[in-house]
Design a protein around this ligand. Sequence first.
Ligand SMILES: [Zn+2]
Length: 300
Amino acid sequence: MTDKEKIELLREKINQADAIVVGTASGMSAAGGLRFYYQDDDDFKKIAGGLREKYGVDNLFNAYYDPRLTNGEHWALLLRQIKCLYEIETPEVYHELAEIIKGKNYYIVTTNQDAMLYRVFPADKITRLQGDVRYFQCKNRCHDKIYYNKEMVYDLNGKIEGDSLPEKYIPKCPYCGGEMIDWVRSPRFLQGKEYEREYARYMNFLRANMNKKVLFLELGVGMMTPMFIKEPFMNMVYQFPDAFYVTVNPKHAIIPKEIATKSLDIHDDIAFVLKEVLGKSTVHLKRDDKENIFDSERIY
Ligand SMILES: [Zn+2]
């Protein structure tokens, strides 16, 4: 099948679907230009400040998990990252996804913690499987509550000295006095009532639509944590009678043979694919050269 035929088939599947389940991961935001997690770009330089030179780190992912950072430095990175995400312009790919599925019966599940989906979709259509950096939780999980952090993040950014948040400003839990952390998947992730509520909503959508013509559209899911979106999508496509699976990924568009007749793999940049589905021009977009293509393998 040619690339053009693949886009045509995707458009047809979207039009014919009674329900669309979209799964987005880091490749989606990366296609929209959010790449500081793994690239030494201007956003990363702004977030890392002097820590970039001090530790010789060249992306946020490496900086974040570098054990040499002090707790205060770790906080500075975290606070600058969250502020950056509050301020960043909504990536075009999100507007385009919204345009594509507008008016359809859809649901979106994501492993992204950057909250970009909330810029263009109603909250009750989204399930976050790995949390959301706009919220803090108690590190000890002593109580089941997440805290919207925008005000705190802006305030604390102003308190960073050099590249470190002084100990006295590190946010503390109002109940146990332990440190707060960002509400994202880690061994301390609070999988509490908000998580359960969103997960149940996703399951309800699946149950209500499982016997219909349902399209699973996977955008930018890598191989680091396939158990959250990719594998369940494949399993459901296998089991549901009239399901179809489309995976868009420049590197990891893999189709198991068991669902080969119910699947479509598009090995291309999501930014191009979404525009092509909408019949929009892609001349101003720059395609990553094949050697340099975003490597989503190490990103969830
Ligand atoms: Zn606590």
